[in-house]
Design a protein around this ligand. Structure first.
Ligand code: NAI
Length: 327
């Protein structure tokens, strides 16, 4: 990557935005030699807060940061964007039905998809962080017919990193000892963190832990970690989410190391029985700026049941947004 690379961040004045922008500007998103132009998209009432963050970015005097522009208009914010981090979303509030949540997010991700289609750079890469991330990505993608479908991805890297950390701590090994971990399915409580293909110092992880820990502790701890953070911190995970977004894009652009893979929600090509087109998390490698689904893994009955349940949830979300006319 040569650069300068134009990076658009939506929800820039939010908590994840605050944890994300400084790391992008210091070279962690793309690499230590790649100049960056930042575009911040916010809703009108949050523009002033975004201005404040931009002042702080200026005060860091980051050598790689060439410019910071702020807008409340997606057509301005995505103009020429090479990377788009869609962080801003409508959270579920008390008493909100799923249909209302999807509809409110359709109101955000449809115009953003249209704007990306109209004005982004030809090599645009999109990562959706804002929840429900997989389905929001599907909505944006549906309104960007001129952008190759595979450029729309959603984030399960935080779940991936959480799973690695839980396993490393259980086995008392460094996180670097763990390879080939996979998060399958939806970024939700149904996600399936897979230890049957993960390796610890070259040995299958599931064989290093007892089955009851895997089933009754590991899987629920990873899946419910977001709620545990809210309970402890009084606010949802922000720095770790920003870190995972950085990891996702860095890997996408710079590739996965030999002998390892990562997890990302990308459009299914039908692999592993996941209906084509669903944006579902898979084991993926990245090379030359493209994600590819790792092929040929054997899926046993235990894993099959869990992957199917999460994929089923994704299919239901897709059907719901279809019924709402959002895709
Ligand atoms: P936040 O509420 O602190 O910030 C969200 C920001 O988005 C606000 O500043 C808001 O003004 C802005 N926004 C709302 N609508 C917008 C629009 N149409 N265009 C531009 N900006 C808009 O929320 P936080 O903590 O930063 O989280 C953001 C999202 O990330 C949430 O949906 C959260 O659920 C999700 N998330 C996803 C994770 C994942 O692993 N995929 C992990 C953690 C959070």
């Amino acid at each position: 990557v040569q650069g300068p690379v134009t990076v658009t961040v939506t929800g820039a004045a939010g908590q994840i935005g605050y944890a994300l922008l400084f790391r992008i500007a210091s070279g962690h998103l793309l690499g230590p030699d790649v100049p960056v132009k930042l575009r911040l998209l916010e809703i009108t009432p949050a523009l002033k807060a975004a201005e404040g963050t931009a002042m702080e970015l200026a005060d860091c005097a980051f050598p790689l940061l060439q410019s910071v522009d702020i807008s409340d208009d997606p057509r301005v914010a995505f103009d020429g964007a090479n990377v788009a981090l869609l962080v801003g979303a409508r959270p579920r509030t008390k008493g909100m039905e799923r249909g209302d949540l999807l509809e409110a997010n359709g109101g955000i991700f449809k115009p953003q998809g249209e704007a990306i289609n109209a004005v982004a750079a030809d090599d645009i890469k999109v990562l959706v962080v804002g929840n429900p991330a997989n389905t929001n990505a599907l909505i944006a993608q549906a309104h960007a017919p001129d952008v190759p479908a595979e450029r729309f991805t959603a984030m399960t890297r935080l779940d991936h990193n959480r799973a690695i950390s839980q396993l490393a701590s259980k086995l008392d090994v460094p996180v670097s000892a763990i390879k080939k971990l996979t998060i399958w399915g939806n970024h939700s409580a149904t996600q399936y963190p897979d230890l049957y293909h993960a390796e610890v110092n070259g040995k299958i992880a599931a064989e290093q832990v007892d089955a009851s820990w895997l089933k009754d502790e590991f899987i629920p701890t990873v899946a419910k970690r977001g709620a545990a953070i809210i309970e402890a911190r009084g606010a949802s995970s922000a720095a770790s989410a920003a870190n995972a977004a950085i990891d996702h894009v860095y890997t996408w652009v710079n590739g996965t190391p030999e002998g390892d893979w990562t997890s990302a929600a990308i459009p299914s090509d039908g692999s592993y029985g996941v209906p084509e087109g669903l944006i579902s998390s898979f084991p993926v490698t990245a090379k030359g700026g493209k994600f590819e689904i790792v092929q040929g893994l054997e899926i046993d009955a235990f894993s099959r049941e869990r992957i199917d349940a999460s994929v089923q949830e994704l299919a239901e979300e897709r059907d719901a947004v279809r019924q709402l006319g959002l895709i």
